[in-house]
Write a protein that binds this ligand. Structure first.
Ligand SMILES: [Cu+2]
Length: 131
């Protein structure tokens, strides 16, 4: 009986921790979306993503995007990558980049970011269509 009681207590404390995380929001409360899905195929093409806080519906300013990868995994060419650089942006929650795209089709832009007030790393993938 003692063992059974202990396992119940453990289950209760786990439930408490999960509940606390859900209330806080966490990384899953954020999403990256494309500002425009269609982009120009070619050098110096403009890509823009918006980072949204789902529960408030507001764009997230001041995120530090510290790792990105741009590849053609949507068209089964995950090894085909494109060079890109961050650009300044004046629109709240919008993060701009320029990329040297080399092929028309689907490009996945994978991002990792640190968000103010959020301890977990926020990750996202935005798919663009180069034409
Ligand atoms: Cu390709």
């Amino acid at each position: 009986m003692t063992v059974r009681f202990r396992s119940l207590a453990a289950a209760a404390s786990v439930a408490f921790v999960v509940g606390a995380t859900a209330a806080y929001g966490g990384k899953n409360d954020y999403v990256f979306e494309p500002v425009a899905v269609e982009v120009r195929n070619g050098k110096n093409s403009e890509l823009a993503v918006r980072l949204m806080h789902k529960s408030s519906g507001k764009p997230v300013e001041g995120a530090v995007i510290f790792r990105t990868r741009l590849d053609m995994s949507p068209d089964s060419m995950g090894e085909m990558t494109a060079k890109h650089t961050a650009q300044p942006s004046k629109e709240p929650g919008v993060y701009r980049f320029r990329a040297d795209l080399t092929m028309a089709g689907g490009w996945a832009f994978k991002l990792m970011a640190k968000v103010p007030g959020e301890s977990e790393t926020v990750e996202g993938t935005v798919v663009f269509k180069a034409k």
